[in-house]
Design a protein around this ligand. Structure first.
Ligand code: MSP
Length: 510
């Protein structure tokens, strides 16, 4: 079973910020989960380097455009190890192999009559790299996303017959009600299709920074058409000498934020239909991370910088925070204060304390710090099993925030269990030795399940927890490994260093 996961490719005119990191983190979590379940997953990300916006930014910076792209693309690539994201390939649309693929696919569409020449005049937002209609604009002809003036473009271009695919797109949406999730995004895409599709201009004569149109030397392809094809081109050259298309195509899930829904949910499947390629199985649309109510972007100048935080705390707490704080699929605000709050209450207090006190008591009270088998059929055993099955069903549906909430129900329940059983009192009474051993092994078993289910989101933390409860993390997290209640017997517990040292208020915002 294969599972091909993609993120949008990011524009190199901006520096990477938490918004980009968010999609990459979510894609990495999905990939890690699929690997745990034994799937052969392939995770693609990369950079989108053509178009007016990038060419203009390079000019403003006074740098040759390819050099500008090289530098900025590298910054996105460097983000991956920082976030602990294990991408299998990093595509750049300036790669020669990608450009050749784009030319080859679009030449075929041209030859088969899906692409024709016409003159187009429209209102263009350079920041969106898209034509907008008048009713989409705010007052004073401002782009609704960037709040900037749009300009009128008049060009003789090559057009893709998008309108010819309207019925097939409608059929696709009818046949696959989960082609786009969540549902509100499916409805949005479908109502766009139902409002009637116009053919789209897919080349530009006014700029030269792009993939050359092979049959018309005065034109380059529109950046979005070049960019969308990255998902297919990458597999043809990610592993030199091997074409991975037959192994991984089509994508199991493609992640993106709602700003680029129309391109992915309408134009992309139509292009694939024209090219005779299978369609992605699912488009997973998430919301915006907001600061002061606006989408974070370079253009808006309100960027939240995750890098100092990662430097201080590692990637795990940031990965956890963004997925936990904002319901995956919806918009939500993030802030330094919010981060510190969740870190202290949920990571340092709830999880960190649970692990450290359970491990400390097990290593202290049990003979040779060695666990017996955990009793089965207890309320904690049942709660743990039901948490794991809820978590799994959320993860299978890509409900990342809900999956974390399932894990947290067990974290909270185990903390209550510690308070109720008060092992420190049981330890004082020889007659309670059996109950003490049961309690500590139950806690160990529950915590092992927590580490296992948290591992896609917090891989380093999970390994540290598993190791301190005597489990070999490489084995426990190996592809296809399963977690089952009742295997604690003989494991030696050691107390880990504090997983999440508590933050002083405003420690990181200074
Ligand atoms: N280059 C295009 C995508 C082409 S894909 C064939 C593009 N690039 S982008 O740099 O603007 O990145 C857009 C993506 O970055 C969003 O779809 C989303 O995945 C992520 N995000 C950027 N800012 C974000 C937020 N503030 N919040 C959530 N996601 C954000 O569009």
């Amino acid at each position: 079973m294969t599972h091909y996961v993609t993120t949008p490719i990011y524009y190199v005119n901006a520096s990477p910020h938490l918004g980009h990191a968010y999609t990459t983190i979510a894609a990495d979590v999905i990939t890690r989960y699929q690997r745990m379940m034994g799937a052969d997953a392939f995770f693609l990300t990369g950079t989108d380097e053509h178009g007016t916006k990038v060419a203009q930014s390079a000019e403003e910076a006074g740098i040759d455009v390819q050099t500008f792209c090289d530098g900025n693309s590298q910054r996105f690539r460097d983000l991956l190890p920082l976030l602990n994201a294990q991408a299998d390939f990093f595509i750049r649309t300036t790669d020669d192999e990608h450009k050749a693929f784009v030319q080859q696919v679009l030449s075929r569409l041209h030859e088969q009559g899906d692409i024709y020449e016409a003159t187009y005049s429209g209102l263009y937002c350079t920041a969106c790299e898209a034509y907008l209609t008048e009713d989409e604009l705010l007052d004073n002809n401002l782009c609704p996303v960037h709040k900037r003036a749009v300009s009128t473009l008049n060009e003789t271009n090559w057009f893709f017959k998008l309108s010819a695919y309207e019925d097939r797109l409608r059929d696709l949406y009818a046949a696959q009600p989960e082609f786009v999730i969540p549902k509100n995004r499916y409805n949005e895409a479908l109502s766009f299709i139902n409002s009637g599709l116009q053919d789209i201009s897919i080349t530009r004569s006014s700029i030269s920074w792009g993939v050359d149109v092979p049959w018309d030397s005065g034109q380059v392809f529109y950046v979005w058409i070049d960019a969308l094809l990255n998902y297919a081109s990458a597999l043809t050259y990610a592993r030199p000498g091997t074409d991975l298309t037959s192994t991984y195509w089509p994508p199991a899930v493609q992640l993106l934020a709602k700003d680029i829904l129309k391109f992915h949910a309408v134009i992309w499947p139509a292009l694939l239909m024209a090219a005779g390629l299978d369609l992605p199985r699912k488009l997973l649309i998430h919301g915006y991370l907001l600061m002061s109510g606006d989408k974070m972007s370079k253009t808006m100048g309100n960027v939240f910088d995750p890098f100092p935080v990662i430097e201080q705390h590692g990637a795990d707490p940031v990965r956890f925070y963004v997925l936990r704080e904002v319901q995956f699929g919806q918009d939500g605000s993030v802030s330094m204060e919010g981060y510190e709050g969740r870190y202290n209450t949920e990571l340092a207090n709830d999880l960190g304390n649970l692990v450290s006190r359970s491990a400390a008591m097990a290593s202290r009270y049990l003979t040779n710090s060695t666990l017996p088998d955990a009793p089965s059929g207890t309320p904690i055993a049942e709660l743990t099993a039901s948490m794991v099955s809820q978590w799994k069903s959320h993860m299978d549906s890509y409900e990342l925030t809900a999956a974390l909430e399932s894990v947290w129900t067990l974290v909270r329940a185990l903390n209550r269990h510690v308070e109720e059983r008060a092992p420190w009192n049981l330890a004082k009474d020889e007659g309670s030795a059996a109950l003490l051993a049961d309690t500590l092994s139950e806690l160990a078993e529950g915590i092992t399940a927590i580490a296992w289910t948290l591992s896609p989101v917090m891989p380093d933390t999970a390994k540290r927890i598993l190791a301190s409860f005597g489990v070999d993390p490489d084995q426990a997290l190996a592809p296809g490994a399963v977690w089952n209640w009742g295997h604690t017997s003989g494991r030696i517990v050691t107390k880990p260093e504090a997983l999440f040292p508590k933050l002083e208020p405003a420690a990181t915002s200074a």
